[in-house]
Design a protein around this ligand. Structure first.
Ligand code: MN
Length: 529
C-alpha cells in the first residue's frame, strides 16, 4: 500500500478526465495512514443514467462500484454493481456539478458516508477484490449492516447484496432517502448552484442592500428578507476605525456565507443576540421566532420536553444569514451533532479558555501540546482562534459516540495535556477558584453547550471573527486571537482559505486514550518546552 501504488491506481481515473475543465479533484499522491483508512461514501450521481457510486477506502484510493439502482437494506434484493476505476481520496466528499461534455457529466451529492470494515476483520480488502468476493460491514448515516460484493463471471459486473442481519429492512428503497448527508440538499438543489455549494450575494444584490435606506425588503439568492434599522451601529469601531452598522454586518454575514454555511447546514443553531449592539447586553435565542420567514429551514426536536424549546433554525441558505444578521445574532453557535441524530456529535472540541493570569503565549503552549497529542493519536484536527482571547481545537469524529463518551475522551486528552504544564492549568469548576489559570473546558462536549462557529463574529469593538488556522500558524509571532475582523478577512481567505473545511464530516474514531497518555505526556513535554 505504498504512496506510489496509490498514484498508479489513479492512472485510469486521471486519463478519463480534463482537470482544467472539471470540478472533480485530481487527487494527491499522498496515501493516508493505513490504519485510519476505512471510510466509505455513496454518491448519488445523475449522469446520462442515474446511479449510485459506492466507494470503499483501501490502499490509498477509493475502490468504486457504480450501482444503477442503488444500495438497499432489503436483504431479498440483488443489485448489479459495475466495478469502475479507483477514485482519489479527495473524491470522498465531492458534491457538485460535472459540466456537460465532460466525462460523467451530471450532478453528484454525497448520499451517504461513514466507515466500513471488511469481514472477517483480518481480510486484506485489496486481495478480496482481486479474488472477486468482499464481505464488509457499513456504518453510515443511511446504510448499516453487512453487505457482500461478488464478481459475476470474469468482467466488471458484480452483485451487491445485504445480508439478513439486524440492520436489514425489507422494502427499503434508496430513492426514498434522497438528500445529501453532507449538505442536506437533493441533486436538484445542488444542480441549481453549479459553481459553489453556496453563492455569495451578487454585486447587484449588494448594491440593492446599499440602496435600501434604513430598512425594507432585500432579495438575495431568490429569497426575500425584511431588514430593519440598517444604519444602526452594531459594533463600535476598533481604535480609530468607523463603527460597524447593521448593514455592514448583513453584508459580512451574507458574503461570508459560502465559508460559514458548511458549519451550519444540517444542524440547529443557537444565536447570541445583541439587539442594542455589541456594547449592550446579549441574550441567547434558540427557538424559531413565530414571524420567521417561511423559507427558513426548521428542525423540530421530537424529544423536547413540554415547555422547552422544540423548534430550531437550521441555517442552510444565504438569506437565512441575512435574517439572523437582522435580528442582531452576532454569534452563531451550531450544535456539534447533526439533525439526523442529535445524540451523536460529529465534532470533539477542546476549548482552551484563558484565565485572568494566562498570557496568549500560555494558550499557545497548550494548543501546541494538543497538536502533539493528536498527531501521536493519528487524528486530524485544526486549531481556531476564538476572536476573543482563546484557542479551540476542532476534531472531526464519526457520529457514533454519545456526548458522554466524547466528553470523557476529551477530558482524558485535556488531563494528559494539562499534566505537562500544571502551572498553566486549573481544574477548578469555579472561575474564582482558578487563581487566574487557564481551563481546558471538556464540558463543552455536551448537547447543551456549543462553541462559536468558524467565521462567526464576536461582540467586541471592530467585530473580530473566529478563524480556523493551520497548525504551523500557532508559531507565528504575529498571531493574535482577535486579529481578524469582519473588515479584514478577505485577504486571509485569499491567502490561506479555510484549513478546517476539508475536515468537515471526516468520520474519525476516537482511539483509546489510557495507554497512550504516558507517551503523550513524555513526547509533548520535550517538543513544547
Ligand atoms: Mn458515477
Amino acid at each position: 500500500m505504498s504512496t506510489a501504488g496509490a498514484a498508479d491506481r489513479l492512472a485510469s481515473y486521471r486519463s478519463k478526465r480534463d482537470f482544467a475543465a472539471t470540478r472533480e479533484p485530481r487527487g494527491a499522491t499522498a496515501a493516508p495512514d493505513a490504519e485510519g483508512g476505512r471510510r466509505f461514501v455513496v454518491q448519488r450521481h445523475r449522469a446520462s443514467r442515474l446511479h449510485y457510486d459506492l466507494r470503499l477506502e483501501m490502499g490509498g484510493v477509493l475502490a468504486s462500484w457504480a450501482v444503477p439502482k442503488g444500495p438497499t437494506l432489503d436483504a431479498s434484493v440483488r443489485r448489479l454493481a459495475v466495478h469502475v476505476e479507483d477514485h482519489p481520496l479527495e473524491y470522498f466528499d465531492f458534491e457538485g456539478v460535472i459540466d456537460r461534455g465532460l466525462y460523467g457529466a451530471g450532478d453528484v451529492i454525497v448520499w451517504d458516508w461513514g466507515t466500513w470494515q471488511a469481514h472477517p476483520p483480518d481480510t486484506d480488502p485489496l486481495d478480496a477484490v482481486e479474488r472477486g468476493e468482499l464481505h464488509f460491514d457499513l456504518d453510515g448515516t443511511k446504510l448499516q449492516g453487512r453487505f457482500v460484493l461478488h464478481r459475476r463471471g470474469g468482467g466488471d459486473q458484480w452483485i451487491l447484496v445485504h445480508k439478513h442481519d439486524d440492520a436489514a429492512v425489507g422494502g427499503w428503497d434508496p430513492e426514498q432517502h434522497p438528500t445529501s448527508v453532507k449538505s442536506g440538499r437533493t441533486n436538484d438543489e445542488g444542480a441549481a448552484n453549479p459553481d459553489e455549494e453556496w453563492l455569495a450575494p451578487t454585486e447587484a444584490e449588494l448594491e440593492a442592500l446599499d440602496d435600501l435606506g434604513d430598512g425594507g425588503t432585500w432579495r438575495v439568492g431568490g429569497d426575500a428578507v425584511r431588514l430593519s434599522n440598517l444604519d444602526k451601529v452594531l459594533f463600535p469601531g476598533r481604535d480609530a476605525d468607523d463603527p460597524i452598522t447593521k448593514r455592514d454586518f448583513v453584508r459580512y454575514m451574507t458574503t461570508i456565507g459560502p465559508h460559514l454555511l458548511p458549519y451550519l447546514s444540517g444542524r440547529p443553531v443557537n444565536r447570541h443576540r445583541f439587539p442594542d449592539g455589541a456594547a449592550g447586553d446579549g441574550f441567547w435565542a434558540k427557538a424559531v421566532p413565530a414571524n420567521a420567514p417561511n423559507w427558513v429551514t426548521r428542525w423540530h426536536d421530537p424529544a423536547a420536553r413540554a415547555g422547552r424549546t422544540s423548534d430550531y433554525i437550521v441555517a442552510d441558505r444565504i438569506a437565512t444569514l441575512a435574517y439572523l444578521a437582522n435580528e442582531a445574532a452576532i454569534e452563531l453557535h451550531p450544535w456539534t451533532a447533526r439533525i439526523e441524530d442529535v445524540t451523536r456529535p460529529t465534532w470533539a472540541l477542546c476549548d482552551i479558555d484563558p484565565g485572568e493570569a494566562s498570557s496568549f503565549d500560555d494558550v499557545l503552549v497548550l494548543a501546541r501540546l494538543h497538536r502533539v497529542a493528536l498527531e501521536r493519536l493519528g487524528l486530524e484536527a485544526r486549531p481556531k482562534v476564538t476572536g476573543k482571547r482563546g484557542v479551540q481545537i476542532w476534531i472531526p469524529i464519526a457520529p457514533r459516540y454519545s456526548f458522554d463518551e466524547t466528553r470523557d475522551w476529551v477530558e482524558a486528552l485535556s488531563r494528559a495535556v494539562g499534566a505537562v504544564v500544571p502551572e498553566l492549568v486549573s481544574w477548578a469548576w469555579r472561575v474564582s477558584d482558578r487563581a487566574g489559570l487557564a481551563r481546558l473546558d471538556y464540558t463543552q462536549n455536551s448537547p447543551s453547550h456549543t462553541l462559536v462557529a468558524p467565521f462567526s463574529a464576536r461582540p467586541s469593538p471592530g467585530a473580530p471573527v473566529s478563524v480556523p488556522l493551520e497548525w504551523n500558524e500557532l508559531d507565528d509571532p504575529e498571531l493574535h486571537p482577535d486579529a481578524w475582523t469582519i473588515r479584514a478577512l478577505d485577504d486571509r481567505l485569499a491567502d490561506v482559505g479555510d484549513p478546517l473545511r476539508p475536515l468537515i464530516g471526516m468520520p474519525q474514531e476516537l482511539p483509546p486514550l489510557a495507554p497512550v497518555r504516558k507517551r503523550v505526556v513524555a513526547g509533548a513535554g520535550s517538543a513544547a518546552r
